[in-house]
Design a binder for this molecule. Structure first.
Ligand SMILES: *Cc1c(COP(=O)(O)O)cnc(C)c1O
Length: 375
């Protein structure tokens, strides 16, 4: 599971904990996605907005989706020439002043506030279709976009504001979908959006089908089948329209590791606990998603325990600080290094990093033209 390059890095006895990103692995993965998918790809920056990550992805995507003014400015700085789509509920007035190639409008009121700026802006209206989202990792039920009824209220605003150019429809309905579910959802979106766009008189409409490609933390080697997806989504496209996706997690999750060391190993009430330096204040993913974060133990200890089930925890004073529970390990000991895989998306940037005020992790970038090391 560890790349050779990561293993070599670990042997250099780095200061831990640290996030390590393999930018060459990311580039290879991004190239695979680009070659497989014949429609536009915008990377959802919120999955991992780290600048070297964005720059590595830039040649392989058509743009970036940003979800706040902060993300917009950050991505512009990191990749100045990139096309940006600006989404997210509850945009403030100063956020609506920012320029983006596309603005994803979340409500009729937001559209009216944008129209009041009297500035030429290209928009997609975000729709929230009811549909059955059972079995998905995260259904975007709630205040995301507009119900089909509500979206009709946008027509009046558009009619009075010709500087707003309606380009099409945006939908991001769920996360954690495998190829068949994602394709079914894309058809559902297009079945609704095509007639709607035609009635609205949009020429060469754009349909942004969202992100949410599945990532299976229990099988780090089984990635989303981009080739199968790309073949099928290509068949859905019609001449004169632009289809676009905006994946996040499935793009960057595999390129990052959170690497740390075992500080203590002890039994408590029938369980073996390995206490690791750092904690879920750096890598909150296993807590938010309630899974075991996949990991590899690199042996360093002279006196390891063998063939036990270990629960890997961090340094926080809360029983929720768990990376993985009762996982069989062939060997683990104090001083061993533990590398958590699949830490490249929704890891550091969603974590409550200052809780307990431990030292922050280091950040290291292996390979890549933009490689750099932050001590
Ligand atoms: C978060 C988000 C995405 C990306 O979702 P993933 O599950 O990371 O692929 C795409 N579009 C919107 C609007 C989002 O909020």
């Amino acid at each position: 599971m560890l790349t050779d390059r990561l293993r070599a890095w670990i042997e250099d006895a780095p200061r831990l904990p640290a996030f390590v990103y393999d930018l060459d692995a990311l580039e290879a993965h991004a190239r695979r996605i680009r070659e497989a998918v014949p429609i536009e790809i915008f990377y959802a920056a919120k999955a991992n907005p780290d600048a070297p990550v964005l720059r590595t992805l830039a040649p392989f995507v058509d743009g970036f989706e940003v979800a706040s003014g902060g993300e917009l400015r950050h991505v512009r700085d990191a990749v100045p020439s990139a096309r940006l789509a600006f989404g997210g509920p509850g945009k403030t007035d100063s956020e609506l002043d920012l320029r983006a190639e596309r603005v994803h409008v979340e409500s009729p009121r937001e559209l009216a506030r944008l129209a009041a700026k009297r500035r030429e802006t290209d928009v997609l209206l975000r729709v929230n279709l009811a549909g059955d989202r059972q079995g998905v990792a995260l259904a975007m039920s709630g205040p995301f976009g507009m119900d089909p009824d509500l979206i009709e209220e946008c027509h009046a605003v558009l009619a009075s504001a010709p500087w707003i150019r309606l380009r099409g429809v945006h939908a991001h309905l769920a996360s954690g979908l495998d190829v068949p579910e994602l394709l079914a959802q894309s058809r559902e979106i297009l079945d609704w959006a095509r007639p709607w766009a035609e009635k609205a008189g949009i020429e060469n409409p754009e349909f942004n089908l969202g992100g949410g490609m599945a990532v299976d933390y229990a099988s780090p080697d089984r990635t989303f089948d981009w080739e199968d997806y790309g073949r099928e989504i290509g068949k859905l496209a019609r001449p004169g329209e632009t289809l676009r996706i905006e994946p996040g997690r499935a793009v960057t999750v595999y390129c990052g590791w959170y690497v740390t060391e075992v500080l203590d190993l002890k039994p408590a009430h029938g369980r073996w606990y390995a206490v690791l330096k750092g904690g879920t204040m750096h890598l909150r993913t296993p807590v938010t998603k309630q899974h075991d974060q996949p990991f590899t133990v690199v042996a360093k200890s002279a006196e390891p325990l063998r063939d036990i089930e270990a629960t890997l925890v961090g340094q926080l004073c809360t029983p929720k600080d768990v990376f993985a529970r009762d996982v069989p390990v062939t060997e683990i000991g104090v001083g061993d290094i533990v590398a958590f895989a699949m830490s490249g998306a929704y890891g550091w940037n969603i974590s409550h990093r200052d809780f307990l005020m431990h030292d922050p992790p280091g950040f290291h970038y292996l390979g890549g033209q933009t490689a750099r090391t932050v001590p």
